[in-house]
Design a protein around this ligand. Structure first.
Ligand code: HSE
Length: 308
């Protein structure tokens, strides 16, 4: 029998303008899995947390990730997974990706790492597909690789790790509003007007240039999203007023985290992120909506082994 304990971080997808192609990993917050390998075949999952998760293993993102690993490697074995720490599903900070990334990383460790990091992202995307009905890697890739990752293309998968400016903080608030990724994807139009597409790809280029040059002002103004946010902000009461107040406080940008309902603000100083976080809390307090809030540093670390 072999056993590992693995961690994969929470992540924020899209980063405003990078719908489905950009995401970053957060420090400290994440999922922890204990995984064991025994002789035989099959996958069993125990939920050791009080976070509600599907009882049927076929409905848990971990199962298709492990199956994809077996398919890609030709290996087999009996895998038992105990979920020891879990980000609340539907929070918008990559809950399904954290489980998927941890499962991919853990099963690879159990078999002495036959797959590359990029191949593990392919495995983790199976979990994302089960959770959201789409093969997107903008949470799974940073959850595995850490830092800020851009997906240049999906066919074939072409991942680019972008530089993270030294002091990069994120204020994240998760209001108690239910927004499923499936629903938040289904409301998006199938076509983007040319005018919006031009603004969006200008911003993606600007964001990448800003990250490489460390130009904080450019990063901030490039994060505006013209593709998904106009349709999704309806789920977040008072989104425009909240953003105006957060930007006024000195944050670089404020956007929906992934498909929401979490909202995040980026700042180049811890104090500014704290201020932005306080404004977000006041906003949801006034609306009488409970929330969870964090101020965390953007992490350069992705999935990791905690114990063997
Ligand atoms: N890029 C995905 C979306 C992320 O916005 O639907 C889901 O967390």
């Amino acid at each position: 029998m072999k056993k590992v304990r693995v961690f994969a971080p929470a992540s924020i997808a899209n980063l405003g303008c990078g719908f489905d192609i950009m995401g970053l990993a957060l420090d400290e917050v994440g999922d922890i899995l204990d995984m064991t390998l025994e002789e035989g075949e099959g996958i069993s999952i125990i939920n050791g947390t009080d976070v509600p998760l599907p009882e049927d293993p076929e409905a848990n993102v971990i199962t298709p990730v492990i199956r994809k690993f077996f398919e890609m490697t030709g290996l087999s074995g009996r895998i038992e997974v105990c979920i020891c720490q879990k980000i609340y599903p539907g929070s918008g900070i990559g809950s399904s990706a954290a489980s998927s990334a941890a499962a991919a990383y853990g099963v690879n460790e159990l078999f002495d790492c036959p797959l590359s990091e990029e191949e593990l992202v392919v495995c983790a995307m199976e979990g994302e597909n089960l959770a959201s009905g789409g093969y997107h890697a903008d949470n799974a890739a940073p959850a595995l690789m850490g830092g800020i990752v851009m997906i240049r293309g999906y066919e074939p998968l072409d991942l680019i790790k972008l530089p993270v400016p030294g002091n990069f903080y994120c204020a994240v608030i998760h209001p108690a509003i239910v927004v499923s990724t499936k629903e938040a994807r289904s409301i998006l139009p199938k076509a983007v007007p040319m005018h919006d597409a031009v603004r969006q790809w200008g911003n993606v280029g600007g964001l990448v240039a800003g990250l490489y040059s460390g130009n904080i002002g450019l990063i901030g103004r490039a994060m505006r999203d013209y593709v998904a946010e106009p349709y999704r902000k309806q789920f977040i009461p008072g989104f425009d007023e909240l953003r105006a107040a957060v930007l006024e406080s000195g944050a670089l940008a404020m956007n929906i985290a992934g498909s929401g309902p979490s909202v995040f603000a980026l700042a180049d100083r811890g104090e500014t992120a704290q201020k932005a976080g306080a404004i977000m809390k006041t906003h949801f307090d006034r609306l009488g909506i409970p929330y969870e809030a964090y101020v965390v540093k953007v992490s350069n670390k992705g999935a990791k082994l905690l114990a063997r």
